[in-house]
Every structure is written in C-alpha cells, then in structure tokens.
Design a protein around this ligand. Structure first.
Ligand SMILES: [Zn+2]
Length: 158
C-alpha cells in the first residue's frame, strides 16, 4: 500500500519500501522500534481519524534464533495519523515530566536540614537518666524476688 495521505510526518518512518514481485511499494513495519498502541476501538477503528488502525507486533523486534509463534502475536494497534502520533508524544512528555519531578524532589530532599547528633545525644542521656532514677526508685519498693523479676522485665522495654 502507498503511505496513506493522512499519515503524519512522524509516522512515515514506520513504513518501509519493499518489493512484491516486480513492483515496489510501501509496507507498514509492524515491529518498528517506537511503535506504541494508541486509541483504537475494538472494531479496529482509530479513535482520532476513523481510519483503520495498523497492527503492532512488538515481539518481532528483538527476536533470537529460537523464534516462537508468540513473537507474531499482535500486541496492539496504532494509527499513522497526526493525533495518534501526538498521543505517543504526549505520553512521553508526561513520563519525562514525572521523571524530572522525581529528580527535583530527590534533590530538594537532599538539601533538608540535618538533625544535630549532639542535641540528640543530650536528649537520649536525659531520657536514660530519668529511666535510671525511676528504676532505682522502684527498687526501693521491691518486696520479693517475684517483684524484682517483674521490674526487670519492665525495664527491658525501655
Ligand atoms: Zn488515526
């Protein structure tokens, strides 16, 4: 088939020139790198221009020598119209923006102020001193080895 008149410039790279018998013609390269599914209705109509969508066989992109039937599965449909190409471009831009956003957020988080270890140490010492005081205070009220055992168990979780 010739490249359709409604084909977008960006879609032309998905066609290749080949020969059938004597004459040359353009063919849709179902496994072209960069082909992604776009809005297509179950009856195979492009959701943007209404033309018949074209199949994608992503499994044929990176085949090894152990070819399998599954490589030939149709993995999706797309169209060569402007809007279909816009859809892929739009998706790529959204993805890039999300990645940039994550990078910016990570950079911003890296500049967050660091808590002081010395201040924390002072705080922890205070907490421990209070625990120690309270434990020794409790010891004064111990009447039996059982009470002492209970107190010791309680201190384990402090
Ligand atoms: Zn279309």
């Amino acid at each position: 088939m010739p490249i359709p008149l409604y084909a977008d410039e960006r879609a032309k790279r998905f066609f290749y020139y080949g020969y059938t018998g004597k004459s040359g013609d353009y063919f849709w390269n179902t496994s072209a790198e960069g082909l992604e599914p776009t809005l297509t209705y179950p009856n195979g109509t492009c959701g943007y221009c209404g033309n018949r969508a074209l199949s994608i066989q992503a499994g044929l992109r990176h085949r090894n020598r152990l070819d399998s039937e599954r490589d030939y599965d149709v993995t999706g449909y797309t169209c060569c119209c402007k809007e279909a190409m816009d859809e892929v471009e739009h998706r790529t831009l959204v993805k890039q923006m999300k990645e940039r956003h994550e990078d910016e957020l990570a950079a911003l988080n890296a500049t967050a102020p660091a808590p002081s270890e010395a201040v924390f140490q002072k705080y922890a010492e205070g907490v421990l001193q209070n625990s120690m005081k309270s434990a020794m205070n409790s010891f004064k009220h111990i009447k039996s080895p059982g009470d002492l055992k209970k107190l010791a168990e309680r201190l384990k979780s402090v």
